[in-house]
Each structure stands twice: as structure tokens, then as C-alpha cells.
Design a protein. Structure first.
Length: 466
């Protein structure tokens, strides 16, 4: 066992608390509800919390009003995400008033920050307890103590962030799954709060990851995404004879019909070896999410990204050279402190050069506790908005052009069932993670189908079954 893994004795102790809570729920139909904010890692954490809750005798509630246990799993990546979470917590006050026995829990990234803990202590007195990302494994213990003692508790972060193995997972989907391969981040980008709220990097044992994926495939999962804040750093914190490219290849060679994805990659650690593995293994999706953040070398330096534009373009060009029809997506931050018009023009040129299939763009938001929040020359909101709108206009043109290039082609799509925007259509995703709408039987949900692309729009494709 890795020294980054929580000892079995501590896991067994938590299972004793699971049994105790389960005994309390034995003669009552207790329900739980989880509200999740943030990234895929938060979603994966919530599925683990749901699995533990069900092991403790709770069943899932569709709405919070009927729950006996509510967990709000928070995000801290931007202030907007925190304010949304606080707003929802405020809305749950009336449920607590109507049901004083309700246990209301706030967990996740936001509550690792002292100023947010103080907010909850003094402004939300009906919240029963909190715990951060380092203490997810202690959920059974914390819940049992709350049920028995009824005292508010704000769980401090652990002295060391470790990996917890052996807990159940209640997955939202029966055919798409998240599999965390590592936690935390060592990069300390100057705008990012993640290393402060999720700790340093720690990788799961390769066999633990492989066994989890094997189990998923045996149970019919068709789309599996390996998760990490920077998957390309996998294994660097441990003595594994297995880097991320090695792990990806081993997982891709598991028997079964499934698509394997991963996110997120840091450009400084994206190796040619990784690209070569993607090119050689048919089960690995030909989609690479490679966050650029800025096309300006001076801004990248201020961001502490540890690469320049030329190095980024080398990686993007190698992807295109080795993998036919590769889909490349990216992140861009607009309005980083000190960003000039010239810096922004460099970003526009980078978009035109790489031609991303899709872009996740963000207006820079200062995060308390990060170096960028203290930087001089903060960009005005007016300039941020102007640049953001121009970026979107440029990317929309590129995305439409890239999608139109697929018209007339036949692609494999994993069906997600009814479209949320049009109940008469089904929706699914291609190997390149593009949304496709089409007519078909609802029983196709969770199955692979071949699709001829008839029409392309900026954000979606339209096809017919072949």
C-alpha cells in the first residue's frame, strides 16, 4: 500500500460508524439529498458520499424537501460558484425549520477556507457540520456524532491529504462513470485556489484504478473518464513504475467495448509518449482537453503556467500529426491582471492557429488567497467584457467550421436518451465529445450507435441512425 493511502485500520473504524448509523436508520425510511457544485471531481466525490449514505441506510430523495440528510458539496474555483452555494444553503433554512431533525451538511472545497467557515458559523446557524476535501472518509463518524450529540461541528482539515480506498460509490449513470486516479495539485497557478483547497498531489495505486475500471466494464459501463487535477502528473508523487501514459494504456487494454477518456491535462506535462499511446489504442477517445489559458507568453509567466506558446503549439501540432480528426478543446481566461490589448491579441491569434473545436472561456475572477488577487493592474470589468465577447465571437466561427467538417461523415455515438431541450429527439456524444441530436428509440439510451452527420451547428451536430 502507498504511504499516500489511508491505513486500513482507519477505514475499518469508519465502517464501524457506518454500521452504527445504519442501526439508527433500521426502522425508519431515512432519505438523503446531495446538491453538487463544481467540477467532475466534485461530482465523483458526491457519488462516493452517496454510496456511503446508502450504506448507512439512507435512500436517495429526488427533492431536498423530503430529505432527512442534505449535503451541499461546494466549489471554490470562482466566487460565483461560492455565492450560488451559499444561496442554496440559505434556501434550505425553511426545510430545517419544518423538520428540525434534518441534518444539514456543507462539505467540499469552499469550506476549507477560513472566511467561508466563518460565514457559515455566523450567518447560517442551521448548518449542522462541515468537512473539507481531506475529510470525506470521515463522513460516517461526523454524521454519527451529530446524530448522537446534536452539536455543531466544523471539521478542520487533516494535517495530510491522503487517498481513501474501499468506500462504496452510488453512480448517477449506469453507463458513464468518473474514476479518480489522483487528487490535489502541485502546480500553484497564480489565479487558482485548487492546491489550497484540495491539497498536494497524491496518486492512487495503479491496480486500484485498473480494478475499478474492470468492475465498471463488467457492469456494462460504456464511457469511462479518468479524473485528476493534472492527470499527466500521475505517479510522480509516488514510487510507481507507471506514469500516466502507462496507466492509460493498461486501462485501454481491459477487455470490453468501452470508450476511455481523461481530464484534465496540464500542457507542461503532456508528453509525446502520451500522444503516441492515444494514437495506438482504439478505445481511447480521440479528444484532448488542453487548457491554454492565454496566448501571451508574458501572461502565461504571470500565471505561473511553466510553458510558453511555442511549447503549447508543439504539443497541439503533434496531436494533429499523430491522431487523425483529433478534437482539441481548451480553457481561456480573459482579463488576467496586467493583460494588455496586445496580450489579448496574442490569445486571438492562438485560437486562429490551433482552431479548437470548443472553448471553455472565463472572465478572470480574483480568489482570496491566491497571488493573482494581489497583483497590480487589474483589468477593468468593461475591458474584460469586451474581450470576452470578442473571444466568443471568434471561437463560435471556428467551432462551426470544425463541426461542418463532419457533415456527411459516419461517427459512433453513445446515446444519452431524450434530449433535455427537445423531447422528440435523442442526444448522445461522439468519440470527440461532441453533442449529437437524432431521432430514435428511447431504448437506445446507454448504447453505442452509428450516426451519419447531416447538419452542423456551432454547439451541436444533427444526424440520423445508420
Amino acid at each position: 500500500m502507498s504511504n499516500k493511502t489511508i491505513p486500513d485500520t482507519q477505514i475499518k473504524q469508519q465502517y464501524e460508524y457506518i454500521k452504527k448509523v445504519s442501526a439508527l436508520n433500521e426502522n425508519r425510511a431515512s432519505k438523503y439529498f446531495i446538491k453538487t457544485f463544481g467540477c467532475q471531481q466534485n461530482e465523483a466525490d458526491s457519488e462516493k458520499l452517496a454510496g456511503i449514505a446508502e450504506k448507512m441506510g439512507y435512500t436517495k430523495a429526488d427533492i431536498p424537501d423530503v430529505a432527512d440528510l442534505i449535503l451541499v458539496n461546494t466549489c471554490a474555483i470562482r466566487e460565483h460558484a461560492e455565492l450560488k452555494a451559499l444561496s442554496v444553503i440559505g434556501q434550505y433554512k425553511h426545510i430545517k425549520i419544518e423538520n428540525p431533525e434534518l441534518v444539514l451538511v456543507v462539505c467540499g472545497c469552499m469550506v476549507t477556507q477560513e472566511h467561508r467557515i466563518n460565514d457559515i458559523k455566523f450567518k447560517y446557524p442551521y448548518v449542522d457540520f462541515t468537512f473539507g476535501t481531506s475529510s470525506i472518509h470521515r463522513f460516517p463518524e461526523l454524521l454519527y456524532n451529530q446524530l448522537m450529540q446534536g452539536k455543531r461541528y466544523f471539521c478542520p482539515e487533516e494535517s495530510e491529504y491522503l487517498v481513501a480506498e474501499g468506500f462504496p460509490t452510488a453512480r448517477e449513470s449506469t453507463y458513464r462513470a468518473w474514476v479518480s486516479i489522483m487528487y490535489g495539485c502541485n502546480n500553484f497557478c497564480s489565479y487558482c485556489i485548487v492546491p489550497y483547497v484540495r491539497g498536494r498531489e497524491r496518486s492512487r495505486e495503479p491496480e486500484a484504478v485498473i480494478n475499478e475500471v474492470k468492475s465498471l466494464v463488467e457492469n456494462g459501463y460504456k464511457d469511462i473518464t479518468l479524473l485528476g487535477q493534472n492527470v499527466n502528473s500521475y505517479g510522480k508523487d509516488s514510487n510507481f513504475d507507471c506514469d500516466f501514459a502507462d496507466l492509460l494504456q493498461r486501462v485501454a487494454r481491459i477487455d470490453g467495448d468501452f470508450t476511455l477518456r481523461f481530464m484534465t491535462s496540464h500542457p507542461k506535462d503532456a508528453t509525446k509518449k502520451l500522444v503516441d499511446v492515444m494514437a495506438s489504442e482504439s478505445k481511447i477517445a480521440k479528444h484532448f482537453h488542453l487548457p491554454l489559458q492565454s496566448g501571451s507568453d508574458s501572461i502565461l509567466l504571470k500565471m505561473n503556467r511553466h510553458y510558453n506558446l511555442a511549447q503549447y503549439l508543439d504539443t497541439a501540432n503533434y496531436l494533429k500529426e499523430k491522431i487523425q480528426d483529433i478534437t482539441i478543446t481548451s480553457d481561456i481566461i480573459v482579463g488576467f491582471p496586467g493583460e494588455t490589448d496586445e496580450d489579448f491579441e496574442d490569445t486571438i491569434k492562438a485560437l486562429q492557429t490551433v482552431e479548437f473545436d470548443m472553448l471553455y472561456s472565463f472572465i478572470y475572477s480574483p480568489r482570496i488567497g491566491t497571488p493573482a488577487a494581489e497583483m497590480e493592474n487589474q483589468v477593468t470589468q468593461e475591458n474584460k467584457n469586451k474581450r470576452f465577447n470578442r473571444l466568443l465571437e471568434m471561437q463560435n466561427v471556428i467551432s462551426l467550421s470544425r463541426n461542418q467538417g463532419l457533415e456527411g461523415s459516419v461517427v459512433r455515438v453513445l446515446c444519452d436518451g431524450e434530449s433535455k431541450s427537445n423531447a422528440e429527439l435523442l442526444s448522445g456524444r461522439t468519440d470527440g465529445n461532441k453533442i449529437v441530436f437524432f431521432e430514435g428509440d428511447k431504448n437506445l439510451k446507454g448504447k453505442f450507435v452509428n450516426m451519419e452527420i447531416k447538419r452542423a451547428e456551432t454547439f451541436a451536430l444533427y444526424g440520423s441512425l445508420k
